[in-house]
Design a protein around this ligand. Structure first.
Ligand code: SME
Length: 161
C-alpha cells in the first residue's frame, strides 16, 4: 500500500516538487486511467486542501465529470462554456483570480472564489481538463500552472503518448 507523506512547512513550489515524483511513481505502476486520476485528485486534495479538484473528460465534444474530490459538481459542461469549456476549446491553461470576473463562469459551488484549469491535449484535441477551485480569491499563479502542467504531462505520457 502506498502512503504519500506530506511534509509541512514547505513552500508551494517545494510541495509540488515533493509530490510530483510520488505521483509519477504512483501512476507509472498502474495502467488504468480512472484509477490513476482518482489517486491524483486524492494526493493533491490531501496536500493542498483545495475546495474542489477533479477531471472532466471530453466525450463527444462535451465535458463530462470524472474522478474528483470535494463537493457535488456539475456533470456536463459544453466545450467553449465556463472556465473548463474555454480551456478545453482554447487548448491552454487558464488561471481565474476571481471567478465573478470571468464572463460565463459556471458556479458549481458558491464557495468557489478562484480557479485554475489545465487541459490535456493529445492529437490536437483536448482529451480532458483538470479543474481546481479555491475558497480564496487569487489562490493560483504561475507556480501552480507550471507544476500542474507537469502532472498533466505525466498522465499524458502514461495514458496517451
Ligand atoms: N467552474 C467551472 C465548472 C466546474 S466546477 O467548478 C467543479 C467552470 O466555469 O467551468
Amino acid at each position: 500500500m502506498h502512503t504519500i507523506p506530506v511534509e509541512r512547512g514547505l513552500s508551494k513550489a517545494e510541495l509540488y516538487q515533493t509530490l510530483i515524483p510520488q505521483i509519477e511513481a504512483l501512476i507509472s505502476s498502474e495502467n488504468d486511467l480512472i484509477a490513476n486520476l482518482a489517486n491524483v485528485t486524492a494526493v493533491l486534495k490531501t496536500a493542498f486542501d483545495f475546495l474542489w479538484i477533479g477531471f472532466y473528460f471530453n466525450k463527444n465534444n462535451e465535458l463530462v465529470l470524472g474522478p474528483f474530490q470535494g463537493p457535488l459538481a456539475c456533470t456536463r459542461i459544453e466545450i467553449g462554456k465556463g472556465v473548463c469549456g474555454t480551456a478545453a476549446a482554447e487548448k491552454k491553461s487558464i488561471i481565474v483570480p476571481n471567478v465573478n470576473e470571468f464572463s460565463g463562469h459556471i458556479a458549481c459551488s458558491s464557495l468557489s472564489k478562484s480557479e485554475i484549469v489545465i487541459p490535456l491535449v493529445f492529437k490536437d484535441t483536448t482529451q480532458m481538463v483538470l479543474d481546481i477551485d479555491s475558497e480564496q480569491l487569487n489562490d493560483f499563479d504561475e507556480i501552480d500552472k507550471k507544476y500542474l502542467e507537469e502532472i498533466i504531462a505525466l498522465i499524458k505520457k502514461q495514458h496517451y503518448a
